[in-house]
Design a protein around this ligand. Sequence first.
Ligand SMILES: [Zn+2]
Length: 247
Amino acid sequence: MRYEMMFPDQIREAIDNNTPVVLALGVLEYHSEHMTPGVDTLLPVRALELLEKEMPLVIMPPFYYGAGTYAVAPPERNGGIHVDSAVLNSFARQLFYNLLRIGFRNINVFVHHQSENFANGMPTDLSFKLAARQEIFAFIENERGDGWWGDNSSASYYEDHAAGDDPFNWISILPFMSAEAQAQFPIDHAGEQETSLMMTFCMRLRWWERLRKGITSVTAFVSRARRTWRSCWTKTSCSSTRSIRAQ
Ligand SMILES: [Zn+2]
């Protein structure tokens, strides 16, 4: 269900069932002449739409305005938009504050942009990761006061953590593609991997029309990409979206 289309009783039901709340977090970044700037956001958006056919999800409106950086191309006449990580962190804190207040405890954010080295992190995912930690700490401290971690009621904290059941799992920032999938299909920028995923996920972009008109100059490359990747979603379970907790 799309969050903005849910009635209050449906929101309450999702909270009671601990239904996964999912957010596609991405950027608007120049992706060469054969692709559109929304690639890094559209991929998780479409993957989540597909995943929703298999399991109940609360799909939040996607967030496109990450730290695209100008590493690939300057914005002038190319279309990239970069928002500073400090601004992102402020926004994400407000967002998570509200989601926790609403009652959600199974929040999953999916990032594709610059996720090839996810353990170390990049500005977009790091700002959201930090915000998640900050807001979870603030939320618990507000409810239980200082010393909550040292209190006897937290005695099972480390066992809960091992079972994946501690409060710091309330919000997860995850790479769109799992490490295993990335090992099999390395992430690129506007190369075969991204192009073919986009061609599979976003048919509405009318690729073939552009190819026919000669607007896209990489016909052979795009054809190869499409052949290689056409069914990657179904064949390889390439996305870590499939690993989110059902409840
Ligand atoms: Zn990309």
